[in-house]
Design a binder for this molecule. Structure first.
Ligand SMILES: N[C@@H](CCC(=O)N[C@@H](CS)C(=O)NCC(=O)O)C(=O)O
Length: 238
């Protein structure tokens, strides 16, 4: 089978998919999309990912987008090792958890885009910036670009986002069983959450584990997995 991955090293959705691919033992041809120069908005890339975001996985010539959808697809075509719960209730819980985590992305963006993305956009003239925005497919992302490049998030807004991300850890603290989030078995819920936790521990709230022992143990177990090292999660700030 031919798998071609379009991704960015520091992107959380790309990290999720790389970790999933590694857990499955699937090899792929990787192409880095340079987000700092808006390669994700180029006409060629928009043809395979109309949302203008990474990652995209092309399987035997057919493009797939949305990292969690791609992970489920891979689990369906390569069932071993299973990374989705077999039990229908646990499967439903897993999907709702991943949906919740994905819904937190705007909070992560407030922290992440202050680095490479904002700096790249800050170098553009107003005319260049407005021209670039025309190729951003979603209104939400246009607004995120305007904020990161021209009107940086305030400390109060960053605090709100930090609180939202820590609330995720608080939920995890009550869910974790056997160092896994759903049904006591490692899988997509853990893999989907890992890139967010990586950013929390690295920059957003480095002391978060001190008061959350289950999360600390979960994170230690996850980061000791050989697939985690191969998926190459960082550092973000280098
Ligand atoms: N829900 C999407 C999110 C994809 C996404 O937001 N990707 C970010 C990097 S993590 C991106 O491409 N940002 C660039 C942009 O929005 O211009 C997924 O899971 O695939």
């Amino acid at each position: 089978m031919s798998l071609v991955l379009y991704h960015a090293p520091k992107s959380s959705a790309s990290r999720r998919l790389r970790l999933f691919l590694e857990e499955k033992g699937l090899s792929y041809e990787g192409h880095v999309i340079n987000l700092a120069v808006q390669e994700q908005h180029s006409p060629a890339y928009l043809r395979i990912n109309p949302m203008g975001v990474v990652p995209t996985l092309v399987h035997d010539g057919r493009a797939l987008h949305e990292s969690s959808t791609i992970c489920e697809y891979l689990d369906a075509i390569r069932p071993e090792p299973p990374l989705r719960p077999a039990d229908p209730y646990d499967l439903a819980q897993m999907r709702n958890w991943v949906r919740y985590v994905d819904g937190l992305i705007s909070n992560l963006i407030r922290f992440n885009w202050r680095h490479g993305m904002a700096a790249g956009a800050a170098r553009m003239t107003e005319a260049e910036f407005e021209e670039m925005l025309k190729s951003v497919p979603s209104e939400e992302r246009k607004e995120a670009w305007r904020r990161a490049a021209r009107n940086p998030y305030t400390e109060a807004e960053l605090d709100d986002s930090r609180r939202a991300l820590l609330a995720m850890l608080d939920q995890m603290e009550g869910m974790i069983e056997n160092d896994a989030l759903i049904g006591g078995r490692y899988g997509l819920a853990d893999i989907a959450t890992a890139p967010f936790v990586r950013r929390i521990e690295e920059e957003i709230a480095p002391d978060a584990f001190e008061t959350r022992p289950n999360c600390a143990s979960w994170w230690q177990a996850l980061t000791r997995r050989p697939a985690y090292a191969r998926a190459d999660f960082g550092p973000f700030l280098a």
